[in-house]
Design a binder for this molecule. Structure first.
Ligand code: M6R
Length: 606
């Protein structure tokens, strides 16, 4: 959580840093601040609330300087007030720090530093860092930072500026991402690549246990124990356009609309001469006989579908674990087990911890990630990229459908490695996968009006139930999660057959019940479940095939979806109207769809 940015160069730092924070606010957005070094002093600007509050403050009180650090916060220790907002200062105001992560021994350090005369202003764990550095600083910034790090427990990425070092930023990483960007006579620092654009042309990913010390021309890297490390930059491959909203009013809306092209790009990336390529995962898929999926949130919903694919196509035994549970179990490591860590960001702390636990038990790990430069990607034995492009909206949309498709293709690859997929079957599966691209585009176009109409009617509903069976149970869970997180509507997703065992008591004339009813093997069963809701006067919205009379007769509203040629892939289409529904309800309730309250895009704390 939290986004860090830094700039040294010939441009006005505050302007560069505000744009960088704008690109990082998906990591947290409850307060923001900036420290600029000028004329031997540190000038601080902070504001609680959204980033525009900080922009307004800076506009009213500009600080013209060429070197600064900035932060957008997702509160962990201390409420999201201006006092708790970063940067934090040493008692004499000569050292400023921005931090992402958690300092676990902050209470002990705080007591010790107070005894030494340090005066604390905030309730944050972060504030111990500038005080600690100031007690150790004798004119050598890197030596002071190294000595301070030796006292810090926990995980962090932080950046420091010193009032007497007008052209220097020192940054360190242990567990939270941090990147240095190099431009023409300017150097940037950020938690993620988009924040380096458009100024930097090259990027260097700081490794865990490394410190970067840089000015506008040069960066020096050393390890925490002081050994010099050669900096390794590589060209930045994404463009500034990829991180803009384009013609859309929100990133979420743009990302929903991108799904057909994302799916196409992903499928093509896994094919060569019309056949599935052997994934380069450093292991023999034929020998895998047990797969454990680790994931959180939306990625966990995709994992539930991955289990269906692998069991059905490759006859492999699969477990799906919520990462925050797996990491505290004592999982059994047997030969033939593979862990697949699924994460859009590749930075989710719980999934990363699960990955590390698996690797400590010598279980091979494959990362299914969107951000290929992420920590999960780097710490996995093999990587399967999602190819979805930057996902900025906090609600995961295009990454979800890409995860489902990637898992389907992976299941085919495992099936083929095990001799369970003939060449004609493989060819048919590829045709089915490719057909989804067109079906997704049509579904998005055809569902839009009915979805918007239903959103008008149900904007004020204070609860919603989502029901699905088989592959559409994860769709129900995901539809409910989308509505909860961006529209703040209490919602539950339930397996439709289980609904009568208790939750059906919730049904009233006011309750919208959204049922996902494609023409699959569960169709007749779902119709019976619909009847049960109808008999109790619930308001029924169905996600189903256009023109299905039986469905229309039982429904108050129908969200039309195209039918996938392979039922296994139907959930990719069924979720599309539900993403749009959550979006429309949220807009009508005046919610910020890209930055819902209390959330952050990458959950890098436990
Ligand atoms: O980056 P990850 O896929 O690991 O993130 C996992 C969850 O935090 C994420 O899916 C979250 O549930 C989203 N806000 C859902 O829209």
């Amino acid at each position: 959580m939290c986004g860090i940015a830094g700039y040294i160069g010939h441009k006005i730092a505050d302007q560069v840093l505000i744009v960088a924070l704008e690109r990082l606010k998906y990591r947290g957005y409850d307060s923001a601040g900036m420290a600029v070094v000028r004329d031997g002093e540190i000038h601080l600007r902070k504001a609680a609330g959204k980033l525009k509050n900080l922009s307004e403050r800076i506009e009213a009180q500009p600080v013209v300087g060429r070197c600064g650090i900035a932060h957008t916060r997702w509160a962990t220790h201390g409420a999201p007030t201006e006092t708790n907002c970063h940067p934090h200062l040493s008692t004499d105001g000569r050292i400023a720090v921005v931090h992402n992560g958690i300092i676990e021994n902050h209470e002990v350090l705080r007591r010790e530093l107070k005894d030494q005369g340090c005066i604390f202003a905030s309730e944050t764990d972060t504030e111990v860092i500038p005080h600690l550095i100031s007690t150790l600083y004798d004119g050598d910034p890197v030596a002071a930072v190294r000595a301070a790090i030796a006292r810090l427990d926990g995980q962090f990425a932080f950046a420091v500026v010193f009032a007497d070092q007008a052209d220097r930023i020192v940054a360190a990483r242990k567990g939270s991402p941090l990147l240095v960007g190099r431009g023409k006579k300017e150097m940037l620092l950020a938690s993620d690549v988009p924040a380096l654009l458009p100024h930097a042309q090259e990027v260097m990913f700081l490794e865990d246990g490394h410190i970067a010390d840089f000015n506008a021309d040069e960066v020096r890297i050393c390890s925490f124990d002081g050994a010099a490390v050669a900096p390794r930059f590589k060209p930045i491959e994404i463009s500034a356009d990829a991180v803009s909203k384009g013609d859309h009013d929100s990133f979420m809306s743009k990302e929903i609309s991108e799904q057909p092209e994302v799916l196409l790009r992903l499928i093509e990336s896994r094919l060569r001469a019309g056949r599935l390529v052997e994934p380069d995962l450093g292991l023999d898929l034929a020998e895998v006989n047990h797969i454990v999926f680790l994931a959180c949130g939306t990625s966990w919903h995709a994992a539930l579908l991955g289990k269906r694919f692998l069991e059905h196509l490759a006859r492999v035994h699969v477990e799906v674990d919520i990462s925050s549970e797996y990491r505290y179990r004592n999982p059994i490591a047997s030969g033939g087990t593979l862990v697949v860590a699924i994460s859009q960001s590749g930075e989710t702390a719980d999934t990363l911890a699960g990955l590390r636990l698996a690797r400590a038990k010598f279980i091979p790990v494959v990362g299914l990630v969107n951000v290929v430069t992420s920590t999960i990607a780097r710490e996995s034995n093999g990587v399967m990229p999602l190819m979805a492009g930057p996902e900025i909206g906090v609600a995961s949309t295009k990454a979800y459908t890409a995860q489902i498709m990637a898992l389907y293709l992976f299941a085919l690859q495992v099936a083929r490695a095990k001799g369970l997929l003939s060449q004609p079957e493989e060819a048919r599966a590829i045709v089915s996968a490719r057909a989804i691209v067109e079906h997704a585009a049509r579904t998005l176009a055809e569902c839009e009006d009915p979805v918007a109409e239903a959103a008008d009617i149900f904007t004020s509903a204070d609860a919603t139930v989502f029901l699905g069976r088989g592959g559409e149970h994860p769709t129900a869970l995901e539809g409910a999660l989308k509505l909860k997180e961006i529209a703040y509507v209490h919602a539950i997703g339930y397996p439709a057959g289980e609904f009568k065992h208790g939750p059906i008591a919730l049904v009233t004339r006011q309750l919208p019940v959204i049922c996902i009813v494609p023409r699959d093997a569960m169709y007749e069963k779902m119709l019976s479940n619909l009847q049960e809701v109808r008999a109790r006067s619930g308001r029924i919205i169905t996600v189903g095939q256009a023109g299905d009379r039986s469905l229309a007769d039982l429904s108050d509203h129908v969200f039309p979806v195209r039918m996938a040629p392979d039922d296994l892939l139907q959930p990719i289409l069924s979720i599309l109207p539900l993403q749009r529904y959550a979006y429309h309800v949220a807009r009508r309730r005046d919610c910020d769809v890209d930055q819902p309250r209390n959330l952050a895009k990458s959950v890098t704390v436990e």
